[in-house]
Structure formats: structure tokens, C-alpha cells
Design a protein around this ligand. Structure first.
Ligand code: PMP
Length: 386
């Protein structure tokens, strides 16, 4: 056996820095779970923003097949997959949609496939790892711009546009660890004169933002200006998988060339059926997104962290910045003792010195749950640590 001492040494070092991650089993019980120590905690750490993953959405006819048996291109694509793609394209008002095994596969694969040698990618400094990995896998040159800095993007385009065949501006819509939103109108304005294309990851916007619930692009009125939008089925939709909505020529190209779609097994039919039901509920139960939006506004107001942007205040991700890793871990434990799971997020997921509690809200949280969490946060003095 080779020696893996070097790995053990790194793990020991991370442990001493409060940065070691472990997989802890949790027994879900609706919007609560029982942790390994037997504590029943209200879950304020999930991305189940509409409560669709945990509230037992009735699925009309669950297929018997637990697996799709092959890549979508071989024999893994069923009429149900087709129906889900059409449902998503309709909600998103795009010509076409294509499904991926995960949001990670959709983001990384799309960027890696579309951005070619001779192209430039402009990528927000706080983009999700899946977009970052797409940039790394692509053969394009990548410039990382300061978070949300559209003026920086404009200055790079002015100076360097002529050097490249195509330019891609790649950004999260809602940023997953900060709960803030990309300046999409400004980025579109900057991109247009330089014939640059935006690729927006709507992972945390789908189902939550916009009149119809299609995401941040809808909420900001730029759906028809952002040609390529990526989403996940794993957050507000409450299932698993990813998708890209785009003109048909783009989705046809991805079907032919995108490695994370071609060389991975298609989504399980049962997951696809559950996703179709979840998308139907975006239409039939708009009250779910209205509720989670108003909970987000209320919590931000109560914790005095509202911003001047109304859309941002409706985002159900509320970061409580603590600073040091050990303090963030201690804060999470204080809240766990009070009956709440609010995960501590540490480097390398967030920059050093910005460890935080990531509080996420769901339409399934009762008023009483939210009020007692707010009381526990205020009582603990967590917000004065950083
Ligand atoms: N993009 C963002 C912004 C995310 O937060 C995530 C999941 N954490 C993904 C993409 C990947 O989605 P999935 O979990 O479906 O792979």
C-alpha cells in the first residue's frame, strides 16, 4: 500500500484550524432533522426554498424505473425527460432547454464547451465553483473581475475586446454564500456594444425570484438579453439535476459536444417526474415563493441587514458574517444548542477572515420557528463577534 501520510498530515492541519469537514448523518423530518447527537433541529441550512423537497409533493405517477440506464444520448432520454425540458423552456420563455445530471455538470460543462481557445471569459470573483471549474476546463483566457464590478468589466472590454474571437461574461445570478445579486442590467448594457454574451447561473434564483418564479433574469427584466441561463433542479425545485435554457442552436451544440452531458448517465425517471410536479407547483402555488420572499425580507429587517435593493432583500440566503473560523463554529454550536441548524461556512468556500453562518429560509418554516431563531441569534450576541 502506498503511504498517504501526507494526506493525513493535511487533514490534521485542517482539523487544528477548525476547517476539517466530515460527513455527518442527519435524519430528515420535514423542515427539521435529528442530528447525530439525537438533537431535533429546525433546518435553516438547506436550499429547499419552497419546501418542495420535504413537504411531500404529491407526484401523480411515479415511474417504476429507479435509473435511466445510460447517457441521454444512448437510451437514457425518455418522454418524461422531454416533457420536463419542454416545461422548463416554457417557463423560461426560451426556444429550448436541455437537462444535465446536476447543476454542477450544467455550469462546468456549458462554460467549458462554449468558451474556446481565442475567446475571453470574464468571471465574477465570487462565482460558484462549478462556473470556476468550467472556466478552468475551457481553453479560453479567463479574467476574474472584482465582485459585481461591471465598470471593471467595461474597462477590460474597451482595452482588450479586439484580441478575442468571442467574449463570455460568466456570473452567478444570486451569489450562494452572500445572498446578493449580480448587476445583470448593467452587465447587459456593458456587453451589448462589444458583442459579448452573458452566461448566468440561476441556481438560487429559479423558483424563488420573478413574477413567474423563473429567476433573477426575470425579476430584473433581462430574460431576453441573457441568451444562456443555467439552473438546477436541486434547490427550490427540491429534486436533483441541472438544466440549460438557450436558443436551440446552443442546446443542440451542447448535446453534441458537452462532455458533462454526453459522458454521464441521464437523470433518473423518478427524479424527472418529481421535477415536473415541482415546476407545475411554481404555477399553481405562487404563495410558496411569496412566503419565502417575505420571510427573507422580515429576517433581514430584524437583523438590520436589509439593502437598498428590493430584489436582494427577497433572497432567502442571509449571511451572518462572523470572521474567524473558530468563532463561526462556536456560533453554529450555540444555535444548535438552542434547537437550530445554521451551518458555519469556512474557507476555502469563502475567503479567509469571512467565515459566516449561512442562514437559508424556506416556505416551510413557520412564523414561530423564524421568530425563535431570531430571538436566539439576538440573545447569543453572534452578530457582534465579527
Ligand atoms: N451553482 C450554484 C450557485 C450553486 O450554489 C450550486 C450548488 N451548491 C450549483 C451551481 C450546483 O448545483 P447542483 O447542486 O445541482 O450540482
Amino acid at each position: 500500500m502506498p503511504s498517504f501520510d501526507y494526506l493525513a498530515n493535511r487533514l490534521a492541519q485542517w482539523s487544528s484550524q477548525h476547517r476539517l469537514r466530515t460527513l455527518v448523518p442527519r435524519q430528515p423530518q420535514g423542515v427539521e432533522f435529528v442530528d447525530a447527537a439525537g438533537r431535533r433541529l429546525v433546518n435553516f441550512g438547506s436550499n429547499d426554498y419552497l419546501g418542495l423537497a420535504t413537504s411531500g409533493l404529491p407526484i401523480a405517477s411515479l415511474p417504476r424505473e429507479s435509473g435511466s440506464t445510460a447517457s441521454a444520448l444512448v437510451c437514457g432520454w425518455t418522454p418524461l425527460h422531454h416533457q420536463l425540458a419542454e416545461t422548463i423552456a416554457e417557463l423560461e420563455s426560451t426556444e429550448s432547454a436541455v437537462l444535465f445530471p446536476s447543476g454542477y455538470a450544467a455550469c462546468s460543462g456549458t462554460v467549458a464547451t462554449l468558451a474556446e481557445a481565442g475567446d475571453l471569459i470574464l468571471s465574477d470573483a465570487l462565482n460558484h465553483a462549478s462556473l470556476i471549474d468550467g472556466c478552468r476546463l475551457s481553453r479560453a483566457e479567463c479574467v476574474v473581475y472584482p465582485h459585481r464590478d461591471h465598470e471593471f468589466v467595461a474597462s477590460v472590454l474597451k482595452q482588450r475586446r479586439h484580441e478575442f474571437t468571442r467574449v463570455w461574461i460568466v456570473t452567478d445570478g444570486v451569489f450562494s454564500m452572500d445572498g446578493d445579486v449580480a448587476p445583470l442590467v448593467e452587465l447587459c448594457d456593458v456587453a451589448d456594444p462589444f458583442d459579448a454574451s452573458l452566461i448566468v447561473d440561476e441556481a438560487h434564483g429559479t423558483g424563488v425570484l420573478g413574477e413567474m418564479g423563473s429567476g433573477l433574469c426575470e425579476a430584473l427584466g433581462v430574460k431576453d438579453r441573457v441568451a444562456i441561463r443555467i439552473g438546477t433542479l436541486s434547490k427550490a425545485i427540491g429534486c436533483q439535476g441541472g438544466f440549460v435554457v438557450a436558443p436551440k442552436v446552443v442546446t443542440d451544440y451542447l448535446v453534441n459536444r458537452c462532455r458533462s452531458l454526453i459522458f454521464s448517465t441521464a437523470l433518473a425517471p423518478s427524479t424527472v417526474a418529481a421535477s415536473i410536479t415541482a415546476f407545475e407547483s411554481l404555477n399553481s402555488e405562487p404563495e410558496r415563493r411569496h412566503r419565502v420572499q417575505s420571510l427573507a425580507q422580515h429576517v433581514r429587517e430584524q437583523l438590520s441587514i436589509s439593502t437598498s435593493c428590493a430584489i436582494e432583500n427577497s433572497v432567502p440566503i442571509v449571511p451572518l458574517i462572523i470572521g474567524e473560523d473558530a468563532d463561526a463554529m462556536a456560533a453554529a454550536e450555540t444555535l444548535a444548542e438552542a434547537g437550530f441548524f445554521v451551518p458555519a461556512i469556512r474557507p476555502p468556500t469563502v475567503p479567509p477572515g469571512t467565515a459566516r453562518l449561512r442562514l437559508s429560509l424556506s416556505a416551510s418554516h413557520s412564523d414561530a420557528m423564524v421568530e425563535s431563531l431570531l430571538r436566539a441569534i439576538k440573545k447569543s450576541g453572534i452578530l457582534t463577534v465579527g
